[in-house]
Write a protein that binds this ligand. Structure first.
Ligand code: ZN
Length: 484
């Protein structure tokens, strides 16, 4: 029996489904149709139901093999199986996870990676970041976002939420690499590189949402920079726009002590969450980015409102802001996703680092080894991010979910032995083990195609040249001298 509507059949060494039961299958098959997961199950059964007639085992040569010690030699060109039947992808040497969801970043800030580490926040901003951001153009933002998308694809991220200027450029970069993007131009009351004032900012957000209404990969969101840099009117109206357009409404919130103090000074002692509540901007589409300084009472109010929190442990640690109370948030029923924040404060967009930090720092924060488990950290990076971004089909490889996945090489020394796939993914993997990343059934990254074409659709050596030229330009124009 052959199911003709399966267009790709994936043979998985180990398959982590992230379904409701948190099922992990060994020697599994995953059938893909029209960018979604059609079915999963034991490989032998999946082969019989969905495979073409004849032997399609990993050693038959009919399948395109990746990362398997027992497979055919690696090659960048996908080989089609003999017709009829689905395309075969042999990941029998890999640990297959749902694609990771980076629920908060500033993609183009990859251009500022390593410029001004270890500085106090205000010196970092005034001496390093702001002089550079003043001279950004749409072209430079595109280069930075393209580099970001390559980095995310290479480390297993398949969907990201972005806030920066010229967010159309982030959308363009995501489409070129093949990632899902949820971009926004950050809304502030003052003029930005993208618009002249709040009215124009709201118009831009509305235009972007309409422009990408039917796009298969890009779904813009609404994001206010912070409560103290946006007026009450801008907060309320932008939230109304998010409701009308049915998209997430996001803001940086409770990240640092100075943010709380600035908000209190502006709003008669009210804290940022109080302000959102008063303005009707705290509900189930609200996403609080950071949440480091949420109090117990505020966590309960966040849970009651159905709002979600994006935890950014690496950035929060690097900027010495503290660590969000994730165990408490999860216990209260708040949806928690993970984000890398920008590469200027991280300094990578690697969600494997983020998962490990999320589990480890929760233990340190609460002095409790059970505070956030490996499974809970993986949940944040998959299902939690999907919940934050209101994308229920992401973060799971259960039937009906998006065919977004990443495959880690099980022969990598750091992943052997494999007592617990989830433990190895969270505590042992570095992201460098990712051999292949797929979005909506389409391969967007193959490690075995380095250095020339690991990202179909991107001339990677040319991008590296472009980034070198941009670096020289930025340093010259901004007069910034890199630290040693
Ligand atoms: Zn941020």
């Amino acid at each position: 029996m052959t199911a003709s509507h399966c267009d790709t059949l994936v043979k998985c060494g180990v398959l982590v489904l992230q379904d409701e039961q948190r099922t992990v299958l060994r020697d599994a098959g995953l059938a893909v149709a029209d960018g979604r997961v059609l079915a999963v199950g034991p490989w032998t059964k999946m082969r019989d139901v969905y495979g073409p007639d004849g032997d399609i085992s990993g050693s038959s040569g009919a399948a395109d093999s990746v990362g398997s010690p027992e497979s055919a030699p690696h090659g960048p060109v996908a080989r089609e199986a003999a017709a009829p039947g689905p395309k075969l992808l042999d990941l029998s040497g890999c640990l297959v996870l749902p694609g990771l969801v980076n629920a908060h970043t500033h993609a183009a800030m990859t251009l500022f990676r390593g410029l001004g580490d270890d500085l106090p926040l205000m010196r970092w901003l005034t001496e390093r970041i702001w002089p550079l951001e003043k001279i950004l153009t749409p072209e430079l933002v595109h280069t930075g976002a393209l580099l970001a998308c390559c980095e995310m694809a290479a480390t297993g991220t398949t969907c990201y939420a972005d806030m920066y200027a010229f967010s159309r450029q982030s959308a363009a970069a995501a489409r070129r690499v093949g990632l899902r993007a949820m971009p926004a131009d950050g809304l502030l009351t003052s003029a930005t590189l993208s618009y002249q004032g709040p009215e124009a900012g709201l118009e831009l957000a509305e235009t972007l949402i309409a422009e990408f209404r039917d796009d298969p990969l890009v779904r813009p969101v609404v994001m206010v920079h912070t409560v103290h840099t946006a007026s009450a009117e801008l907060i309320a109206r932008s939230h109304e726009l998010a409701v009308a357009a049915d998209v997430p409404w996001m803001t940086h919130l409770a990240e640092s002590r100075s943010e709380i103090e600035r908000t209190r000074a502006l709003y008669d002692g009210a804290r940022p969450l109080d302000v959102l509540e008063r303005l009707g901007a705290l509900d189930e589409r609200t996403v609080l980015v950071h949440g480091v300084r949420l109090t117990d009472a505020e966590i309960d109010r966040t849970a009651r409102a159905g709002a979600a929190v994006v935890h950014n442990p690496v950035s929060n640690a690097k900027l010495a802001n503290g660590m969000a109370p994730t165990a408490r948030l999860l216990a209260a029923g708040v949806g928690v996703g993970l984000g890398t924040d920008g590469a200027a404060s991280n300094n990578t967009l690697n969600m494997f680092k983020e998962m490990r930090m999320a589990a480890q720092t929760a233990k340190v924060r609460d002095l409790d080894p059970e505070a956030v488990s490996a499974q809970a950290a993986l949940d944040m990076a998959t299902l939690g991010g999907a919940r934050c971004l209101r994308r229920p089909g992401l973060g799971t490889l259960a039937p009906g979910g998006a065919a977004d996945l990443c495959a880690l090489d099980l022969a990598a020394p750091g992943l052997v032995p494999l007592h617990s796939p989830v433990s190895n993914a969270v505590y042992a993997a570095t992201g460098a083990e990712v051999r292949l990343t797929m979005v909506a059934g389409r391969v967007v990254y193959r490690a075995d195609a380095f250095p020339h074409s690991p990202f179909p659709g991107v001339d990677y050596p040319a991008l590296l040249e472009e980034v070198r030229a941009v670096r020289a330009f930025l340093l010259r124009r901004a007069g910034v001298v890199p630290t040693a």
